[in-house]
Design a protein around this ligand. Structure first.
Ligand SMILES: NC(=O)c1ccc[n+]([C@@H]2O[C@H](COP(=O)([O-])OP(=O)(O)OC[C@H]3O[C@@H](n4cnc5c(N)ncnc54)[C@H](OP(=O)(O)O)[C@@H]3O)[C@@H](O)[C@H]2O)c1
Length: 245
């Protein structure tokens, strides 16, 4: 019997590719995001291409006071919910983040909203003693760089949150996977200078679904980013602070 996977931030290119990879293996989907028209279009396309059930609804990561009602409606309408993928994110503009309002939006979109909704689903899966949570963080969270340290700090916080959650939920049989993509060709990175080794959204989506069949808890996509970040993390601070990254 097919099970339902909830995708939060489902209009992103990476989320669409992930949804397609779940649909290809027969999973039903619930797609959530702020853009209803785009959700309708993506849902119709997935139904047509894969013949699976696809529902959709509005979810705003920053509107944390709406999360409890959203959570209740998902668990009452989809008792077969097998897991969630947290894909929403906001890169923002590092230059404008000298203004705290911009930083606050980056932090609430990438971290505060994530902690709010993840907490609700974590309790649910813990009670059921089953389920999975996949959180899309970023290599940007591995080390602070002048070009994107507000986004990096929010993603770093998300990675730590997922790590602690994994430690807590391990004992209940709930899987928590942290995905750390490198550069991916999406609307988020369109026109950004200095990108290299850029991956396609479909390779990332396939990697995300494949991670469920593997034992790694922290998955760099593509794989070689694990080694790139290992090197970057080991550059001594007195050298790193002089670099223009
Ligand atoms: N692209 C990259 O190089 C890259 C690298 C590493 C990690 N990532 C991460 O991968 C994930 C997907 O990124 P992408 O590049 O595919 O991004 P994208 O195309 O810019 O899409 C961002 C997604 O986040 C959703 N979103 C933003 N703010 C939201 C909010 N307040 N509430 C609900 N949804 C919200 C948007 O949905 P609506 O606007 O429709 O609501 C959209 O679906 C993000 O978490 C991103 O940080 C991306």
């Amino acid at each position: 019997m097919s099970q339902t996977v909830l995708i939060l931030g489902a209009t992103s290119a990476i989320a669409c590719a992930t949804a397609a990879a779940f649909a290809a293996r027969g999973d039903a989907l619930f797609l959530a995001s702020r853009d209803e028209e785009e959700l309708k279009r993506i849902a119709a396309d997935l139904r047509l291409r894969y013949g699976v059930k696809v529902n959709h609804g509005i979810f705003d990561a920053e509107a944390t006071d709406t999360h409890e009602a959203f959570f209740q409606s998902i668990i009452s309408n989809f008792p077969d919910l097998s897991g969630i993928v947290l894909a929403f994110g906001y890169l923002g503009d590092q230059q404008s983040s000298r203004d705290f309002k911009v930083s606050a939006k980056i932090i609430s979109s990438n971290f505060t909203g994530a902690a709010s909704i993840l907490g609700l689903f974590a309790n649910h899966f813990e009670t059921l003693q089953q389920g999975f949570i996949i959180g899309i963080s970023s290599v940007a969270g591995d080390r602070g760089r002048q070009s994107n340290y507000v986004y990096g700090a929010a993603k770093g916080a998300l990675s730590l949150y997922l790590q602690g959650l994994r430690n807590r939920l391990y004992h209940s049989g709930v899987r928590v996977i942290t995905i750390k993509p490198g550069f991916v060709d999406t609307a988020m990175t369109f026109g950004l200078p200095g990108m290299f080794l850029v991956a396609s959204p479909s390779s990332i989506g396939n990697g995300i679904v494949a991670s469920l069949g593997k034992s790694s808890d922290i998955v760099y996509l593509p794989w070689f980013w694990r080694y790139i970040m290992l090197i970057i993390k080991h550059i001594p601070e007195f050298i790193f602070k002089r670099m223009k990254l």
